[in-house]
Design a protein around this ligand. Structure first.
Ligand code: SF4
Length: 432
């Protein structure tokens, strides 16, 4: 194709106008005006008339309906309809779906065959375009990884999805370290009738404000459900519910469709009340629940509640499923809760030895716990943190100029002293 034509003698936009003249006239008249003059379909778009359509003038692979998949962009909460274009099995382009009112107005009727709209594009934002990068991210985990060594050894094997499901559900000696509880073991209360009745009685206990009456209701619960106390997390605290609640399903922003499936699994099928989305905890709790929970009974009425957050009980949960968040990076706010998942410890590794022999880890400063911690490396316990190298009297943990955690030895070579090297496992524990 020449610069000015499509190779068939036609100018840009399917007109007799060549590219240079187009730019020149655009500068004089304004691009919108000249383009509209030369391209009648643009007038339609501008005035909200029929959708635009560019007739491909060459055999363009991405304009073939068999190379297009219609989907939904998940790069933000907008969830625009998109058309994904594929070449040799690889996603190479994202555009707006003409079927979506989010990206084209008016959108094409849903019954329109995809053959008719293969060359019709809606508009999506730059962030939506970057979905390709997310899909092709080399660090994206697309297989199930199972630990293949002691915790912190950074050894993994990839296993079949079926095997993962089997092990998660049934548990067993999965790591050669003794029995691991399976999901089936905390699916303790399975009688739907009992669960429904119990739920009502637990609600009564939770709703009772009088301390003595509340205790009376709890005692009655123990009598009424004497045959089922083995399924409770704590029979002395029926309000904590059955062991089923030890499955926590925590997700980020999930809406429309996907979000509907989670309560069906977590609540309806498994019987756990611990299904919490980002919005559930960020907004519902902050503005309503947290405030109500802190109300004080003063002069005959509850008042004076303060806003605060609540979260799923991550410390007591046996299983946690995170979707759309990485609990070790950020999780839902407040992010510091993520530290409690692995007993407050961070698993890391040595990524660099600098010219002074300082051992640089991949723990970022922002990921470190507040206060004292201990770094376990090469069989040594290194206290931290020190704020400056001068404060260290021996091996010490410090955040270096690169903002990563280092182990340093003043007037010495920490790497040699420890006998450590790049790739060695590091464990950061809370406290000394
Ligand atoms: S195309 Fe842009 S606005 Fe639409 S969902 Fe994707 S990121 Fe959000």
């Amino acid at each position: 194709m020449s610069e000015n034509t499509d190779g068939n003698g036609n100018g840009v936009l399917g007109s007799s106008l060549d590219r240079r003249a187009f730019i020149k006239q655009s500068a004089l008249l304004g691009t919108g005006a000249i383009a509209a003059i030369q391209a009648p379909w643009l007038l339609d778009v501008i005035d909200g008339g029929p959708r635009r359509q560019i007739e491909p003038t060459v055999d363009f692979a991405l304009a073939k309906p068999e190379n297009i998949i219609y989907s939904v962009c998940q790069q933000c909460n907008g969830q625009c309809g998109i058309k994904i274009k594929i070449r040799d099995g690889v996603v190479v382009k994202a555009d707006g779906s003409p079927y979506s009112p989010w990206t084209m107005r008016p959108h094409v009727p849903y019954a329109t065959p995809p053959f008719d709209v293969a060359t019709v594009e809606g508009g999506i934002c730059p962030k939506g375009q970057t979905g390709l990068q997310t899909g092709a991210d080399p660090y994206r985990i697309v297989r199930v990884l199972k630990r293949a060594g002691p915790r912190g050894s950074q050894k993994w094997v990839s296993i079949d999805f079926d095997q993962a499901i089997d092990e998660i559900v049934n548990g067993g000696d999965l790591f050669g370290e003794g029995p691991v509880t399976g999901l089936k073991d905390i699916w303790a209360l399975r009688d739907a009738e009992v669960a429904k009745k119990m739920s009502g009685d637990v609600s009564k206990i939770l709703g009772e404000k009088d301390k003595d009456k509340k205790k009376g209701l709890a005692d009655k619960f123990k009598t009424d459900y004497a045959d089922h106390l083995d399924v409770m997390i704590d029979p002395e605290h029926p309000d904590m519910g059955p062991k089923n609640n030890q499955l926590a399903f925590v997700w980020g922003r999930l809406k429309a469709g996907r979000g509907d499936l989670i309560p069906r699994f977590t609540k309806d099928a498994f019987g756990s009340t611990n299904a919490h989305g980002h919005t559930t905890v960020c907004q519902g709790s902050l503005y309503f629940t947290g405030k109500a929970m802190s109300e004080q009974f003063v002069e005959g009425k509850f008042s004076g509640g303060k806003k605060f957050f609540w979260q799923a009980d991550q410390e007591s949960a046996e299983f946690m499923i995170f979707v759309g968040v990485n609990p070790f990076e950020a999780s839902q706010s407040p992010p510091l809760r993520a530290r409690r998942c692995p007993d407050g410890s961070l698993q890391a590794q040595v990524v660099h030895i600098d010219r002074f022999g300082n051992v640089v880890t991949d723990v970022r400063a922002g990921d470190l716990p507040q206060g004292a911690f201990t770094v376990e490396l090469a069989g040594q316990q290194v206290p931290g943190p020190v704020r400056t190298y001068a404060q260290a009297t021996g091996l010490a943990a410090i955040v270096g100029s690169s903002a990563y955690l280092e182990v340093a030895l003043p007037n010495g070579n920490a790497a040699t002293g420890l006998g450590t090297d790049i790739g060695d496992a590091v464990l950061v524990r809370l406290g000394r």
